[in-house]
Design a protein around this ligand. Structure first.
Ligand SMILES: [Ca+2]
Ligand SMILES: [Ca+2]
Length: 212
């Protein structure tokens, strides 16, 4: 009987976490499986539409999105009001619906803020056209600079994102047969005076990627 109770408790605990797979609602359960992301499972392409209405298809579906925050340096000024200050809101698939999402579903970088994310089960590669899409929230895409890295130490500057769509193409900078696990986003100080200073990031996805 005790064993049965334990099993039930474990199932309930698992369900309460994994039925809400967004990082903001599930910060303590980073290993929650999502469709197509189970180890060994073949990921299938999936399309997500950003806040500006741009539909983007990701070869690896949900697996294509950033998995871990490496570092987050708030800009100056930083977001001071409550909410939109948790970098983990930029992980996993886009889940932004509005600025009153609770818990918040995006993070405001602050003016000149820097966010570094890691893909742990996929690598970003160069493919036809744009390769990386940043889901930036709000009516305008606030300018940001993108760099990528294989190891999180040595960085390759890719270029700036200014306006829609918030994408970069690796064609000019990617080494052949190399996949990149790290992305660094630096706010370019477009919007420093609002209550949401700097770029507001909901999610970061590798359009073209290889499974790791
Ligand atoms: Ca490309
Ligand atoms: Ca989000």
């Amino acid at each position: 009987m005790r064993t049965a109770i334990v099993v039930v408790v474990v199932l309930l605990a698992s369900g309460s976490c994994c039925s809400h797979p967004g990082p903001g609602s599930c910060p303590s359960c980073p290993a929650c499986p999502q469709a197509g992301t189970e180890a060994g499972a073949a990921a299938t392409p999936a399309t997500f539409t950003d806040n500006q209405g741009t539909a983007v298809t990701f070869e690896l579906g949900a697996r294509a999105f950033a998995d871990r925050i490496v570092s987050a340096e708030p800009g100056d000024p930083a977001r001071t009001a409550a909410g939109w200050t948790d970098p983990a809101a930029a992980l996993a698939v886009p889940d932004y619906h509005g600025e009153h999402d609770e818990p918040p579903t995006a993070v405001t970088l602050g003016c000149g803020g820097v966010l570094v994310v890691e893909f742990t089960d996929n690598g970003l590669v160069d493919g036809p056209g744009a390769d990386l899409h940043v889901f930036e929230c709000g009516p305008d895409v606030e300018a940001m600079h993108i760099a990528i890295s294989v190891d999180g130490t040595s960085w390759t500057e890719v270029g700036d994102v200014r306006g829609q769509p918030a994408q970069v193409d690796l064609a000019a900078v990617a080494a052949p047969d190399v996949s990149y696990r790290f992305v660094r986003i630096t706010d370019l100080r477009d919007s420093c005076s609002s209550t949401f200073p700097g770029a507001d990031i909901d999610a970061v996805g590798a359009i073209h990627a290889v499974a790791l």
